[in-house]
Design a protein around this ligand. Structure first.
Ligand SMILES: Cc1cc2nc3c(=O)[nH]c(=O)nc-3n(C[C@H](O)[C@H](O)[C@H](O)COP(=O)(O)OP(=O)(O)OC[C@H]3O[C@@H](n4cnc5c(N)ncnc54)[C@H](O)[C@@H]3O)c2cc1C
Length: 559
């Protein structure tokens, strides 16, 4: 949509602050602005709130010397956390640095507000599991001290199952439901107006490259409407990894077959916030952080046979989005039970190989902040299953194509798998079954399988692998002592394609979360936080909630 003449717009709604997106950044932004006295409208594209945050594990690394850390004798501070999150010397075993390209202004703001954000979440009903902060779920949270706290499920129905957690574990189960439902309740209680099924499609600025942002255009079921913002618009749209063309600016390999984005099908990350802001002159920022091979930017799936197979998310039939997810997936307990092959039916890597690693508390031990020995002491390990899976087949096209886990009936026995719906998705082409390997290869027909799998390839691959089981040595990829032959029909080919997860590059912001343009100037009246913002390489909830809090509070200072 073209940038419009704001003077002639027939505004349907108005508020002091308009927040786009109701996830980990959006809800805190809305509440914080409301607490400062603003009238607030929050638009959400989906038919429920929460975004990826509500599907998340609820592990929140807000350190900085917060009340929970102090209560358990953990000696953290904004300064310690700042030095951790800007430490040039921390690298992963594949050589990629976690923190080297972070924007110091943005990290400083996070560190200075992290403990306050923790208090803010508590005040608005979030119950953290009553235990010392630890390292569980930590992903680029700094090496020096434990910072992860965990949101308790309590009695909130879980979006994954449609039911609350078992009462016996409600206070000890960590989940994003326990973060987002209390925040939603608090926002509604305070009078934040939440408009569901309202998708922002454009920002209105006084002129295309200058002046204040005055509001947004929104697609609703009844057509396009416009919402006026007296003070500010806050973009909290969750990132860009669901937009194929956008994500391919960072990595040309990430073509259409990577269709199992984590957090889907609850919500997407379609880059709508980034694109709308770029259309009025916004800059992107911290682009290395999207390309670096660390953390969850792309993940190895932990389940096979369904489209949405992100390692920390299983959809169950009671979920309100199960009709979109279609299958639960078969969780792989032991990658010895399968081989993974590409579109041509060829193995490409040791199946037990890991995805990218990430820095966490104690990952480097001993550790001295900024010491050259930290990088020197890291032992190189490629962790290349993902890169091999995305390498492609040499046909001149980008993208690795579908990756298939091949297994037999004996593997189902060992894993306790029931390779039937609702566990696997035969109907949409994410799982296939046949009585022979040749028939299995021929049966694999689905939109992303761009070449037929030659039956003779799959037969030869399995025969060679079975020989490795006999000899105990994987001569091709060094899989540690291959254990099980694939020989008992029926045989299965189950979707095991990498999953795209984090957005770690996005709009350029400053310490107040104000969006900055290509000349380095603030765009008046426009803010951004969470995965749609750039300059901060960290997984998830802490930076999103904290930046939402910062943006919401600062937005009210706009005149
Ligand atoms: C399965 C899973 C587990 C995770 N576990 C953890 C964890 O344990 N710890 C951790 O720190 N992080 C975790 N994360 C990551 C964390 O959830 C995200 O980083 C965080 O939610 C990002 O917050 P956000 O506000 O930027 O985006 P989101 O929370 O995704 O919210 C964005 C919202 O904006 C809406 N939206 C998008 N475009 C528009 C538009 N044009 N108009 C209106 N609305 C729009 C979306 O529908 C969505 O509701 C996990 C993520 C997933 C998917």
């Amino acid at each position: 949509m073209a940038v419009s003449d704001v003077a002639r717009i027939d505004w349907r709604h108005e508020a002091d602050v308009v927040v786009i997106g109701s996830g980990a950044a959006g809800l805190p932004a809305a509440i914080a602005a409301r607490e400062c006295g603003a009238s607030v409208i929050m638009v959400e594209a989906e038919d429920d709130i929460g975004g990826h945050a509500i599907t998340s594990g609820g592990n929140v690394p807000l350190g900085g010397g917060n009340a929970a850390q102090r209560a358990h004798g953990i000696d953290d501070s904004p300064d310690l956390m700042f030095r951790d999150l800007t430490d040039w010397s921390v690298v992963e075993s594949n050589g990629f640095p976690d923190y080297r390209y972070n924007d110091h202004e943005i990290i400083r703001a996070f560190c200075d507000h992290a403990a306050t954000t923790h208090d803010f979440l508590l005040k608005h009903g979030v119950a953290f599991i009553d235990q010392a902060p630890d390292a569980r779920g930590g992903n680029a949270v700094g090496n020096s001290v434990p910072r992860e706290m965990h949101c308790a499920a309590m009695d909130w129905p879980l979006v994954q199952t449609g039911k609350p957690a078992d009462p016996a574990v409600r206070a000890t189960t960590s989940t994003g439901n326990g973060l987002m439902r209390p925040l939603e309740a608090s926002a509604r209680r305070l009078g934040v107006q939440i408009l569901l099924r309202h998708r922002m499609i454009a920002l209105h600025r006084e002129s295309p490259r200058s002046g204040r942002v005055r509001g947004i255009a929104v697609q609703t079921d009844a057509g396009v409407i416009d919402i006026f913002a007296h003070k500010a618009v806050i973009i909290a749209t969750g990132g860009s990894t669901g937009n194929v063309n956008f994500r391919r600016m960072f990595d040309p390999r990430l073509t259409e077959e990577y269709c199992g984005l984590s957090g889907m099908p609850w919500s997407d990350q379609d880059a709508s916030g980034e694109i709308a802001a770029m259309e009025i002159g916004a800059s992107l920022w911290g682009l290395y952080n999207q390309m670096g091979e660390f953390g969850y930017s792309v993940t190895k799936p932990s389940a096979v046979g369904c489209q949405y197979n992100y390692q920390n998310l299983r959809w169950r039939p009671g979920s309100r989005v199960f009709h979109k997810a279609r299958a639960i997936g078969l969780t792989v307990g032991d990658w010895q039970n399968v081989i993974t092959v590409n579109m041509q039916g060829l193995r490409f890597y040791d199946e037990t190989g890991r995805g990218f690693t990430t820095n966490n508390y104690n990952s480097i031990n001993p550790y001295v902040q900024g010491d050259w020995r930290n990088a020197e002491n890291v032992r190189y390990k490629a962790n290349n299953w993902l890169n091999a899976a995305m390498a492609g087949i040499g046909d001149g096209k980008n993208g690795g194509g579908p990756i298939w886990a091949i297994f037999d009936a004996a593997a189902c026995e060992r894993e306790g798998w029931v390779a039937e719906p609702p566990h696997v998705d035969y109907a949409a082409g994410f799982c296939f079954r046949a009585e022979s390997l040749a028939a299995l290869a021929e049966s694999i027909v689905m939109p992303h399988q761009r070449v037929p799998m030659p039956p003779e390839n799959l037969e030869a691959t399995v025969a060679r692998y079975n020989a490795f089981v006999d000899s105990g040595v994987d001569e091709d990829f060094g899989k540690p002592k291959p254990l099980y032959k694939i020989s008992t029909p029926p045989f299965h080919a189950a979707w095991a394609t990498p999953v795209i997860h984090d957005t770690r590059a996005g709009l350029r912001i400053n310490a107040h979360c104000q969006v900055v343009d290509l000349s380095g100037r603030v765009i008046p009246g426009l803010y951004c936080g969470g995965e749609s913002s750039g300059g901060f390489s960290q997984h998830g909830l802490a930076r999103a909630t904290c930046q939402g809090y910062i943006a919401g509070r600062h937005a009210m200072s706009e005149s």
